[in-house]
Write a protein that binds this ligand. Structure first.
Ligand code: F6P
Length: 545
């Protein structure tokens, strides 16, 4: 659908005002911001949906936030949010709505899409998932030989893997420990081989999770899983007991041999990277139980309501999104580090990479005009404190500006001696050290030798957000995920790009489809690629013999 032409971002007076403002305050040090206002550390915070969000250690003034909110306003963010929540086809290049918020809408509520309330069908699937999850958890779902299912292997990739594996790892302490969970995504056979190396097929259930049910990696792994299971169970009938599917494509599911009675559906208005609260979360629900899964949905819904209703300057996803724009577009910062001080969130940065980078890694606007400004940032990170002993050096003293998202919890999942106090001491210390650094004068006073002073000086002025939550519960995870989802949407509205398609993944897929038969051909194939690809193919063919 052709889009209405918007005023180009850089022509907006609000953009120009921010440019002028950046010229004025861009070099001001956080030390000076804090010195000028004793209350800053408490004032520049927002508490909503269970998250205490401290943005005082950002290179902003109250006026900056006002100007950014003005830009968000001028970008039509309010109308865009409404369009998303009311089921408009905002994924314009695919002609689809992006209604992941409906996945966490309460029973009895209404979210309309093309004149239909989609909430009843969301709950119908949830109830089917619940009945299945309860049965597996209670040992009532037996395999072909009558043995109880003890192992769940989720086969999927991208959004059909990263959300489930992240949520499983995050909520492992809520999981039924008698069940084993594995996740297979990579087409590299090692992934499958290692995932099943110690499993008995008679006790194993595969969840084949794929929105399209055509993805090369998932279908190859699913085929291998079927061969692996049948090699030992020796009866095609076994598939019904050992394979279930999560998909929008019933025809393909049944073509694969899975009974569609064992299929859990979702809809084209759920994007892959926005699908962890749909049936794609089946493995999560089996792990943590339906009640905890519902609590996770409730947490996400809390954030949805906050996003839809709070004024921009007090709105967490909007604030987060605008701060990203501030650094990306005015300070030329290329990346954002996500640093959870919670070991259970070890896969959260990887999950965010798809969410953020597949969404906003775009170079043309919705109207198809090339942008003349930076869009999506590179997201990366590791849990603290591990990262401190690895890449934090570069964040503290390197030449790049890397805004950080610190995520911490007041209560530990495991109360163990001094561990949690020490963990929290580290997160507070890092945010403070990044912001305020250490001056040459301070070092001199400590008696540091002159020649060492440049090496030991911390310039500071390195921005960060500190998010403090109570405890890592299913609800807290739901809130965090929805926070980042809506942050992505906020930025897409400002950058005028479409966050719900991913055409950039297609070219490589098509080329791989062309190259695979050339690698497998018995006779020397006629190659018509570039000279480098041709040479690599020849070399590989010769080496594999
Ligand atoms: O190739 C990218 C992608 O389309 C992602 O957007 C998606 O999450 C992933 O592949 C998996 O797709 P599917 O669930 O259809 O197998």
């Amino acid at each position: 659908m052709q889009q209405k032409i918007k005023t180009p971002l850089k022509f907006l007076p609000q953009w120009k005002a921010l440019e002028a403002h950046h010229m004025k305050i861009g070099r001001t040090h956080l030390r000076d911001f804090f010195a000028a206002d004793n209350g800053r550390g408490e004032e520049m915070t927002v508490e909503a949906a269970g998250i205490y969000f401290d943005y005082s250690k950002h290179r902003v003034k109250t006026e900056t936030i006002k100007l950014l909110a003005g830009l968000a306003d001028a970008s039509g963010l309010r109308a865009s949010i409404e369009a998303m929540f009311t089921g408009k086809r905002i994924n314009v290049t695919e002609g689809r709505a992006a209604l992941h918020i409906a996945l966490r809408a309460p029973k009895g509520s209404s979210v309309m899409m093309d004149g239909e309330n989609v909430v009843p069908k969301v709950h119908e699937v949830l109830e089917k998932m619940e009945a299945f999850a309860d049965r597996v958890r209670a040992g009532g779902w037996t395999g072909h030989t009558g043995k109880t299912i003890k192992n769940i292997v989720n086969i999927g990739i991208g959004g059909s893997d990263l959300g489930p594996v992240m949520a499983y790892e995050a909520l492992r302490n809520y999981s039924q420990r008698g069940l084993t969970f594995r996740f297979v995504s990579n087409i590299d056979g090692t992934d499958f081989a290692e995932a099943v190396v110690d499993l008995d097929p008679a006790e194993t259930l595969f969840i084949v999770a794929s929105k399209t049910f055509t993805t090369q990696e998932t279908m190859t792994n699913a085929g291998t899983a079927r061969d692996w299971a049948l090699a030992r169970l020796k009866d095609k009938e076994a598939i019904a007991k050992h394979f279930v599917a999560v998909s929008t494509n019933a025809a393909k599911v049944s073509e694969f041999g899975i009974d569609t009675a064992n299929m859990f559906g979702f809809w084209d208005w759920v994007g892959g990277r926005y699908s962890m609260f749909s049936a794609i979360g089946l493995s999560t629900m089996i792990a943590i139980g339906p009640e905890n899964f519902r609590a996770m949905l409730d947490g996400a819904r809390e954030m949805d309501e906050h996003y839809r209703t709070a004024p921009f300057e007090k709105n967490l996803p909007v604030l987060m999104g605008m701060l990203g724009v501030w650094y990306n577009n005015f300070f030329d910062a290329q990346s954002i580090a996500v640093l959870p001080y919670e070991q259970y969130l070890k896969r959260f940065p990887a999950y965010l990479q798809q969410l953020t980078m597949e969404s906003n890694g775009k170079r043309v606007t919705l109207e198809g005009r090339p942008v003349d400004y930076q869009t999506g940032q590179v997201y990366w990170g590791e849990p603290g404190t591990n990262g401190q002993h690895s890449f934090y050096q570069l964040i503290h003293q390197g030449t790049k500006l890397i805004p950080c998202d610190f995520i911490a919890f007041s209560k530990p999942v495991h109360k163990l001696g001094r561990h949690h106090d020490l963990l929290m001491a580290n997160v507070f210390a890092q945010a403070s050290a990044l912001a305020f650094g250490k001056t040459a004068e301070e070092l001199k006073k400590e008696g540091v030798k002159d020649w060492l002073i440049p090496h030991k000086t911390f310039e500071g002025n390195r921005p960060s957000t500190t998010m403090l939550l109570d405890e890592l519960t299913p609800a807290a995870l739901g809130r965090l995920v929805a926070l980042y989802e809506h942050c992505v949407f906020t930025q897409s509205a400002i950058w005028q790009v479409g966050p719900f398609d991913q055409w950039g993944v297609e070219l490589g897929k098509a080329l791989a489809g062309r190259i695979a038969p050339e690698l497998e051909a018995k006779d020397e194939p006629k190659l018509a690629h570039d000279s480098s690809t041709n040479a690599l193919i020849r070399r590989y063919r010769a080496a594999k013999g």
